[in-house]
Design a protein around this ligand. Structure first.
Ligand code: AMP
Length: 223
């Protein structure tokens, strides 16, 4: 089972992605995580990529595309869930070409839809509980609104993560994601237009629902 997942920062892509990964026992291949591993290991690729990542820009395709295609080749026989790649129209085209060439079947492409303003609010509304980072609290999401200024799960003190409040960085990321000409939405639409002809299923999920509602819709659509 091979799956691509698209969704802006703030859409819950990570949560839904780990659900899909567990269901089919897939390798979760995240381009951002591969870069971080290279940076941590001090590799040449990592050093080159770091300057772009630090500026919030995409790492150039001549570094990114071969790196991801290489990891895909050694993925588990159960298949992969590719997350964070492709992020541009060119990456989409190159990935499709490589899959065709290697005879690799794509089964699903998942897109989580979320208006840009909502995505931004979600990021900026996130609050971390001092007792447990997994306690969900968000001042802009009714279902997980904190209890006053305290954690809705345990009553612990809450604080915002500094990078969640960096509006400029959020805007920069969303500029890339919501670009329908050459950016990440263009990459998603490339697959949307191909789906019927190429024989894979393109699943669109309304990201404004609760995590459980999205989960349920997603599971119904997967075989
Ligand atoms: P992420 O963890 O997905 O937010 O990725 C962290 C950073 O890695 C991004 O801000 C980019 O600089 C870089 N990156 C991740 N995926 C890609 C990609 N597909 N193409 C180019 N750069 C990427």
């Amino acid at each position: 089972m091979n799956i691509l997942i698209f969704g802006p920062n703030g859409s819950g892509k990570g949560t839904q992605g780990s659900l899909v990964k567990k269901k089919y026992d897939l390798d979760h291949i995240e381009s951002g995580a591969i870069f971080r591993k290279h940076i941590g290991g001090g590799t040449e690729l990592g050093m080159k990529a770091k300057e772009y990542i630090d500026r919030g820009e995409l790492v150039p395709d001549d570094i990114t595309i071969p790196m991801v295609l290489d990891v895909l080749k050694s993925a588990s026989p159960n298949g992969w869930l590719l997350d964070g790649f492709p992020r541009s129209l060119n990456q989409s085209e190159q990935l499709w070409e490589a899959l065709q060439k290697d005879g690799v079947k794509l089964d699903y492409v998942i897109e989580i839809l979320l208006p840009r303003e909502v995505a931004k609010n979600r990021i900026m509304g996130r609050r971390l509980c001092e007792n447990d980072n997994n306690h969900p609290n968000n001042i802009f999401i009714d279902a997980i609104k904190p209890d006053g200024d305290k954690c809705r799960v345990c009553g612990g003190a809450l604080k915002a993560r500094a990078d969640d409040q960096d509006e400029e960085a959020i805007n920069k990321r969303h500029d890339i994601y919501y670009d329908t000409n050459t950016g990440t939405l263009a990459a998603a639409y490339f697959y949307k237009n191909l789906a019927d002809k190429a024989g894979f299923k393109y699943i669109e999920l309304d990201g404004e629902g609760t995590i459980d509602a999205i989960k349920e819709t997603l599971l119904k659509q997967l075989a």
